[in-house]
Structures are given as structure tokens and as C-alpha cells.
Design a protein around this ligand. Structure first.
Ligand SMILES: NC(=O)c1ccc[n+]([C@@H]2O[C@H](COP(=O)([O-])OP(=O)(O)OC[C@H]3O[C@@H](n4cnc5c(N)ncnc54)[C@H](OP(=O)(O)O)[C@@H]3O)[C@@H](O)[C@H]2O)c1
Length: 332
């Protein structure tokens, strides 16, 4: 077979409605491998909030049309070019990429692959890399989170949020998790949070501040009004990590508040960190590998849908319905 199936976006737009993206299954020609590349038969692909932003043309990275979205996957090596590392056909792997994971096959450089632990299902492995990279890029590379510090995670039941809860707990922080449903809060507790809070509780901020001494670090993938409130929970000289705007709006922080508490607002762009600073590649890869093999980073899979239902997957994320990660089933 010289073709494979993939979800291809021909026109940008939301996942549903009259203005919906033209995003449908297509047959694509298989290209020959270049030196250093590996072809992976995808078994499962993780779905991320930014995939929906990309399809709407609202993400910072705007690929030319047509394109196949999808930034993480797990599968089986089908073919490996001679200088692509020690990969062999049949190896079970996981990977992170900029595009292309919503497909039966993907070609990536050998160094983009990690070995799938036997204990992980393909769905769990596919859902690991983006959350792990983002949590590490935020909490370690930018946030310098230390054992014993207080960490507040917003959107703690989502993909990035749960990964940050798990990594924060692994690093020895006291993790406080804010999430909108009992199910999401329970997931945060299971991932290592000590205390959970409900943003619909009028006293959540007061409860958080009472007796904690404040949060040394805040991980915020949500944005909007909740961020303005959360800033008030920051301890003197705390670090506020701006990770994303799932609520649809970038928060505006008052400079006088930053001055009073000597707070640092820190932007995080985990996918760019290694491109900007190649020296980070080795420690990041080592941290991800250790985390993966320790089993503590195993993501919670809220739902699995077939690849052809990628539109529905993106809709569910936009409607705030996903617990942990949503995964597309491909070869499974
Ligand atoms: N900076 C980086 O390097 C980086 C890397 C990856 C992702 N991101 C960004 O991180 C953000 C979260 O991504 P994700 O994959 O974790 O998404 P997700 O799984 O959908 O989680 C986002 C969470 O945000 C909360 N939320 C509040 N208002 C929402 C709304 N109107 N719509 C949807 N969710 C809302 C929800 O939690 P509650 O229901 O509990 O409020 C939800 O669980 C996105 O903006 C993404 O682009 C940034």
C-alpha cells in the first residue's frame, strides 16, 4: 500500500456549525524516508486543546493548508532509516511532533521517539508527551519549583493540569488543585494533589490563602477571570506561570499588584524551549524518560474515539467535557 489515511484540514474553522472547518478523512501518498527518519504506524493519538485552536487559525503556530493536525502519538515502528538511532521495525514507541499525528502513519526524526513502557497502553502512551513536556517546561525549566513549595494548578482536571499536578507532586511540592467538577477534583487527588478547590465556591480563594502562606508557584493553562483571582493567592516573590488560555482570554495583571508582592509573571512555551535552547534537549528527554518509566506520569484517559471522530473530540474539549486526556484510536 502506498497510501495511508489521515484527518486532513482543508479550510479553517470551528469543529461544528455552519462555519465549521473542512476537516475530513483523506488518503495521502506515502513518502520515502530521508536519512535519520522513522516511519511509525500510529495506534493512538492524543488530542490537545491547541489542536482545536490550530484548526480555527487561532493558535500561534499557523501551518499552511492543507495540514494534518495532531502533536502526539504512540505506535509501532514500521521502517527506520539507517542513521535514525537504534530503532527497529516492531518497536513500540511514543512521540511528540508539531503536526501529523491524526493519521495511520507518521514520519519523524529518530530522536523524537521514546520507547513505550510495557505497562502503558498505546492510548496512555499517546497521551503522555505533550502534558509531560508542558509540565516539565513550566514547573522545572521556567518555574524552578522546589520540594516543599506550594503549587496551585488551575484547570487541574484537564490534560496540562493533571500532568502539572502529577509532576508537582513528584517534585515534592504541596499541590493545590482547582477544578470545576467533583470528578476532575478526584482525578487531581489521585494524581497527587493534597487539596482541591471548586472555582464555583465563592470562598475558594479565601480557603486557599488561609493558613498556607500563599502559593510560591501557580500553573495556569486557563486564563480569563479566574487568573485575576488566582494571582491574589501568590506568596511574596512567587512565580506565576502563564501556560494557556483555555477560557478564551489572556488575563491582564495589574502592575501595582506585581510590585507589592514582587511577583514574577513567567510565560511558558514548552514546545519552543528546546528549539530556542538546544542544551535543554538532553535534560528534558532524561526527565521525561525517568517519569515515564517510574509509571507516575501515566495520564488519565477520559475517553477514546475513533480517528474519523476527531471533530467530535475537538468539540468535547471546547465544551469543557473532557476528564484528563482524550485519545483517538487508530490502529487499535
Ligand atoms: N504554553 C505551552 O507550552 C502549552 C503547551 C500545551 C498546551 N498549552 C495550552 O494549555 C491550555 C490547556 O490545554 P489542555 O490540553 O490542558 O486543555 P484541556 O484538557 O481542555 O484543559 C483545560 C481546562 O481549562 C478549564 N477551562 C476553563 N474554562 C474553559 C473553557 N471555556 N473551555 C475549555 N476549558 C476551560 C477546564 O477546567 P475546569 O472545567 O476545571 O475549569 C479544562 O479542564 C490550552 O490553552 C493550550 O493551548 C500551552
Amino acid at each position: 500500500m502506498n497510501h495511508y489515511r489521515a484527518m486532513l484540514c482543508h479550510r479553517l474553522g470551528p469543529p461544528a456549525g455552519p462555519e465549521a472547518a473542512d476537516f475530513a478523512m483523506a488518503e495521502l501518498p506515502r513518502a520515502a524516508l530521508k536519512p535519520g527518519q522513522v516511519r511509525v504506524g500510529v495506534q493512538a493519538a492524543g488530542v490537545n486543546f491547541f489542536d482545536a485552536l490550530m484548526l480555527r487559525g487561532e493558535y500561534q503556530f499557523k501551518p499552511p493548508l492543507p495540514f494534518v493536525p495532531g502533536a502526539e502519538a504512540a505506535g509501532i515502528v514500521l521502517e527506520a532509516a539507517s542513521d535514525s538511532g537504534n530503532w527497529r521495525p516492531g518497536d513500540a514507541v511514543l512521540l511528540q511532533c508539531r503536526l501529523g499525528a491524526f493519521a495511520e502513519e507518521i514520519v519523524v526524526p529518530g530522536e523524537a521517539l521514546l520507547r513505550k513502557p510495557d505497562a502503558y497502553s498505546f492510548a496512555e502512551a499517546a497521551a503522555f508527551p505533550v502534558g509531560a513536556t508542558t509540565a516539565w517546561g513550566a514547573l522545572v525549566a521556567r518555574g524552578d519549583l522546589r520540594a516543599g513549595e506550594n503549587l496551585l494548578v488551575l484547570g487541574a482536571g484537564g490534560g496540562m493540569g493533571l500532568a502539572a499536578v502529577a509532576l508537582g507532586a513528584r517534585l515534592g511540592a504541596n499541590v493545590f488543585a482547582l477544578a470545576s467538577s467533583a470528578e476532575k477534583r478526584q482525578a487531581a487527588l489521585d494524581a497527587g494533589a493534597s487539596i482541591t478547590l471548586d472555582p464555583s465556591d465563592a470562598d475558594w480563594l479565601q480557603k486557599l490563602r488561609t493558613g498556607t502562606g500563599g502559593m510560591q508557584v501557580i500553573f495556569d493553562p486557563v486564563g480569563g477571570a479566574i487568573s485575576q483571582q488566582a494571582l491574589r493567592a501568590l506568596a511574596p516573590q512567587g512565580r506565576y506561570l502563564v501556560v494557556g488560555f483555555a477560557a478564551g482570554e489572556a488575563p491582564r495583571f495589574a502592575a501595582n499588584r506585581l510590585l507589592l508582592s514582587e511577583a514574577a509573571i513567567i510565560g511558558v512555551r514548552a514546545g519552543e524551549q528546546v528549539r530556542r535552547n538546544p542544551a535543554l534537549a538532553a535534560p528534558m528527554r532524561q526527565a521525561l524518560q525517568d517519569w515515564l518509566t517510574s509509571d507516575a506520569g501515566r495520564p488519565l484517559i477520559g475517553a477514546i474515539l475513533p480517528l474519523e471522530n476527531a471533530n467530535e473530540a475537538l468539540l468535547r474539549l471546547a465544551q469543557r467535557q473532557v476528564l484528563g486526556k482524550l485519545v483517538l484510536r487508530i490502529g487499535l
